[in-house]
Design a protein around this ligand. Structure first.
Ligand SMILES: O=c1[nH]c(=O)c2nc[nH]c2[nH]1
Length: 453
């Protein structure tokens, strides 16, 4: 059940003490398991972590993890198109450019209808929270009012969200396009103002400048958006080098730029606050540029597989010092589950390891590294590394309670069977490869319970 009203005392409680097992990834290679532990949360922030004792202060609302369950940091979805959620699973055999025309632009255009937008956005917020996503970076549509509605709904449900209005002023359908480069900037400014009005300190809701991708943005609009982001110190999100025909198209449209990545760099759009989705077909020079600019990558394995875009060598990016998180990329990706992307990130990396010219075993991502990408990696990409991603004093309590099943069927509705002899690392691996939203029992953002099964 989604906590959209503030009536429940538990949902409201900002002073909590949670006890039981806590699992997180302090580093890329380490899964830390804290058993019999108490985590104190005050005003949404973790104030102490200590061994659990039998006497707990009555000033704090107590939540104990049931046997066999554990607390895990909330997932960070660094790339998701909220407006495309109704199309999840509908992509046929299309690839990126025909998929955009056939399925995506018509649906996005229809969301200028506020009734439909409310229905779709409410549902995607509910479904992502039910999958343990506590932070999401959303693309909406080109429509200002319904993009602002997405911001309102995210604030109401309590998810941490970056809200982006899609900018597109060329190479787009005649009835789904910004009329001028100036309109792209001015309409974006209206969304920025709205987000800042409803959440002045950006505690949960932040605007994000969103040039859709280079082909649908004129050089003038890209430059205008780069200027806006610089002036207002804003986050930026876009797509980079997802599939080969797209890359060829960009080379034709932007002959003056050295590469696809340079198209954005030439417009001041590669900054430490930039999130680039996909990044499948990039040269070493482009990878170096991303690392130099400290821009982040949203790795979207499910979408890359579904649309046949290619296998992203994610370890290559990480070795070069590029920040990387995971993105569901709904609805190029058919699932809004970050866990599904954790799983597929590891599987794709095994295929990358077999490719000619790869570094073999070095390309493989372990499930622990993939969980790190889904939490701390995503936090770095979104500039939230001091706030979320793990269990440490000073971080906000963004977390999910994960319940696994037993062979006796003690946890209902779970596809994970735990026999009892597995250690916590093995149980976590079983969750990654066998689990789904049925295992997400509760979710908190900044100490507020925002979802309960
Ligand atoms: O996966 C994607 N989804 C989109 O909506 C899109 N637009 C440009 N490039 C895109 N890639």
């Amino acid at each position: 059940m989604l906590r959209s009203s503030l009536t429940s005392a538990a949902a409201m409680s900002r002073n909590l003490v949670l006890t039981g097992t806590f699992i997180h990834t302090p580093s890329k290679t380490k899964l830390e398991v804290l058993t019999n532990t108490a985590v104190f949360v005050e005003n949404g922030v973790i104030t102490s972590i200590m061994p659990a004792t039998s006497s707990l202060p009555s000033t704090h609302h107590h939540i104990a993890s049931p046997e066999g369950s554990f607390f895990f940091p909330g997932f960070i979805d660094t790339h998701i198109h909220a407006s495309q959620y109704p199309n999840s699973g509908i992509f046929g055999t299309s690839t990126l450019l025909d998929w955009l025309k056939k399925y995506t632009f018509p649906l996005e255009r229809s969301l200028a209808d506020p009734v439909k937008a409310r229905q779709v956005y409410s549902r995607v917020l509910q479904r992502t929270l039910a999958n343990g996503t506590t932070t999401a970076s959303y693309f909406a549509t080109i429509d200002v009012d319904t993009t602002n509605l997405l911001a309102d709904l995210a604030l109401e449900t309590g998810q941490r969200a970056f809200i982006g209005r899609n900018c597109m002023d060329q190479e787009s359908p005649a009835d789904y396009v910004d009329p001028t480069p100036e309109a792209s900037v001015e309409r974006t400014q209206r969304v920025v103002e709205h987000c800042r009005k409803i959440d002045p300190e950006g505690k949960l809701i932040r605007p994000i400048v969103t040039p859709r991708f280079a082909p649908t943005c004129s050089a003038k609009s890209l430059r205008g958006l780069g200027d806006l982001a610089e002036k207002e110190d804003l986050h930026i999100q876009t797509h980079l080098s997802e599939n080969k025909p797209e890359c060829e198209w960009v080379a034709q449209l932007f002959e003056g730029s050295k590469s696809y990545a340079h198209v954005y760099d030439d417009a001041k759009l590669l900054t430490p606050k930039t999130v680039l989705a996909h990044v499948v077909h990039v040269s070493d020079e482009e990878v170096k540029l991303l690392a130099e600019r400290k821009s982040g990558v949203a790795h979207c394995p499910v979408s890359n597989n579904a649309l046949g875009s290619g296998c992203c060598g994610v370890k290559r990016l990480m070795r070069a010092g590029v920040k990387v998180g995971l993105g569901t990329d709904v609805s190029g990706g058919y699932s809004c589950s970050v866990l599904e992307n954790v799983r597929q990130a590891t599987l794709v990396s095994s295929l990358v390891a077999l490719q000619d010219g790869s570094k073999g075993e070095e390309e493989k991502l372990t499930f622990i590294e993939a969980l790190w990408l889904a939490t701390r990696g995503g936090a770095e990409v979104m500039g939230l590394e001091d706030k979320v991603g793990g269990f440490e004093v000073g971080k906000e309590f963004d977390a999910q309670l994960v319940g696994l099943g037993t062979v006796e069927g003690k946890v209902k509705d779970s596809a994970v069977d735990v026999f009892g002899w597995e250690d916590w690392e093995e149980k976590t691996a079983k969750w990654v490869y066998r689990g789904d939203e049925r295992n997400t029992l509760k979710v908190w953002v900044a100490g507020r319970e925002v979802y309960s099964k």
